[in-house]
Design a protein around this ligand. Sequence first.
Ligand code: ZN
Ligand code: ZN
Length: 265
Amino acid sequence: MNVALAILASALAMTAIVGVRYLAASAGFALATRLRHPGLYAGLDRQIAKEIGWSLASAAIYGIPAGIVAWGWKTQGWTRIYDDVHAMSLWYLPVSVLLYLFLHDSWFYWTHRAMHRPSLFRRYHAVHHASRPPTAWAAMSFHWGEALSGAIVIPLLVFVIPIHVAALGLVLTVMTVMGVTNHMGWEIFPAWMWRGPLGAWLITASHHQRHHERYGCNYGLYFRFWDRLCGTDQGLGRFDHAPGGRGTRRAAAADQRRAAGDAGA
Ligand SMILES: [Zn+2]
Ligand SMILES: [Zn+2]
């Protein structure tokens, strides 16, 4: 097989993997939602169809650079991904996972914050915020322009920072699970975790819910570090179904109108 065909095959395979991973994770958590909060997604069928459409397009945008890099790793010795667990000290395994998550989070915080500038918001990021309220299917519901900014981070990091292939798998799993659960409309994690000291630094659904309520705050992905440092952290949001929750989609629509005025905040 010539090189171009091999690269194309790798890109297609990776697109299929990302797409199937998205469908499986979102379907699993949508089923959990149906069991735990029946009717939470009632009346959202059209929105969910759009979330799936944008997410599958994002799967290709994520899959192509990942497929090219995977081909280079396997056949050309590109990247610093290693598969002998003793190639680096064992203590480096958890450190590499945290380092990747922190760097991914940092990239996401600043690009996401930029996406809230009115011109970029209108052109790209409005697609993601069209989910009101978001569902488990909204994890990769991004305009292609925004998906591109997210798709290059890990394929670039693997050229710079060594990581064991299983640790990389763990990073990608955390990315997938948090992407889905943060948009699910309820907390899957125990309250002691997200309300307690750990939740002061880790992002779960309640934190990202506030971003979807108010727009100009809570830009982070995994950690509250940058939001807290930069004064953009506005605490935890509430869910429509929760006692004292925000109640209606009308309230969300009012937030949307308000945000249209201060999307750059
Ligand atoms: Zn979101
Ligand atoms: Zn946003």
